[in-house]
Design a protein around this ligand. Structure first.
Ligand code: NDP
Ligand code: 8X3
Length: 252
């Protein structure tokens, strides 16, 4: 029987790259995100290329009822999830705290912390029942260090760091692995989302150096996911060579 991975935020960037890589490795997949049409197109492409089974579930991860409903109605055999990639997340704005937007704060906290928790509780219980599993959480260098104007986004990723440690302790007795992956700058739709569709401003974030690609991060996630049963990588920071800290990038 094929292994199964559930990847949140599979409609773009790192999640989409993970979907390609896990499908290539023969995994059946559950893919989530809000954009149904992107999920459908991706499912069709992966199914025809790799002949793996793909289920899609379109929901807003901030909405607890939607999350629980869409995951609960999946077929029972797909709930034998081996790998959960908690990837869905975003940043909104880059302002000093005193100028911050309440709505942006709510969006980041509800998505990056509460959404991750809703999915994790449900899937952790599947994994406990199945007596197997590996949860891989997307943190960020922003969760390890705070950079100017990063305030609330950094706090949400710091929470992911703490939750990963908490999950590892609580799930230890069930033999479930927990890994936190913390990338530096990855060129995806991330900055376009952060700057609310301002493509020029987003492009400038990656000018003058070579950022990570979504595929670089997906390959690292695959490395972590494919270690032997007795080996777990707890915590992994990966950066572009040109980036030393959250805010220090050498642009030539
Ligand atoms: P993208 O913007 O390219 O992808 C984000 C994904 O998250 C999309 O699939 C999006 O799907 C999903 N998502 C966002 N909000 C929601 C929501 N409310 N409900 C459901 N799904 C949602 O960004 P990345 O691929 O770069 O980011 C992936 C993860 O990696 C995030 O957690 C991010 O914080 C983290 N990260 C990114 C870095 C970077 O530099 N890019 C560096 C370090 C960490 P949809 O819009 O269809 O709902
Ligand atoms: C996303 C990348 O540069 O905002 O986590 O920390 S950054």
């Amino acid at each position: 029987m094929a292994k199964i991975a559930l990847i949140t935020g599979a409609t773009a960037g790192i999640g989409e790259a993970c979907a390609h890589l896990f499908a290539r490795e023969g995994f059946d997949l559950i893919l989530t995100g809000r954009r149904q049409e992107r999920l459908d197109a991706l499912a069709q492409q992966l199914n025809s290329t790799y002949n793996v089974r793909i289920a899609v579930a379109a929901f807003d991860i901030r909405n607890r009822e939607q999350v629980l409903h869409h995951l609960d109605i999946l077929p029972d055999d797909l709930k034998q999830v081996d790998i959960l990639v908690n990837n869905a997340g975003l940043s909104q704005g880059l302002d000093p705290l005193q100028n911050g937007s309440y709505d942006d704060w709510d969006t980041m906290i509800d998505t990056n912390i509460k959404g991750l928790l809703y999915v994790s509780k449900l899937v952790a219980n599947w994994m406990i029942n199945n007596k197997k599993g590996h949860i891989i959480n997307l943190g960020s260098i922003a969760g390890k260090e705070v950079y100017p104007n990063g305030n609330v986004y950094c706090a949400t990723k710091s929470a992911v760091d703490a939750l990963s440690k908490g999950m590892r302790i609580d799930l230890l007795q069930h033999g479930i692995k927990v890994t936190a992956i913390h990338p530096g700058a990855v060129e995806t739709e991330f900055s376009e989302v952060r700057f609310k569709g301002d493509k020029d401003r987003a492009k400038k974030v990656y000018e003058g150096f070579t950022p990570l690609t979504a595929e670089d991060v997906a390959e690292t996630i695959w490395y972590v996911a494919s270690r032997p049963a007795h080996v777990n990588i707890n915590d992994l920071v990966l950066m572009p060579t040109a980036q030393a800290t959250g805010s220090m990038i050498y642009r030539g």
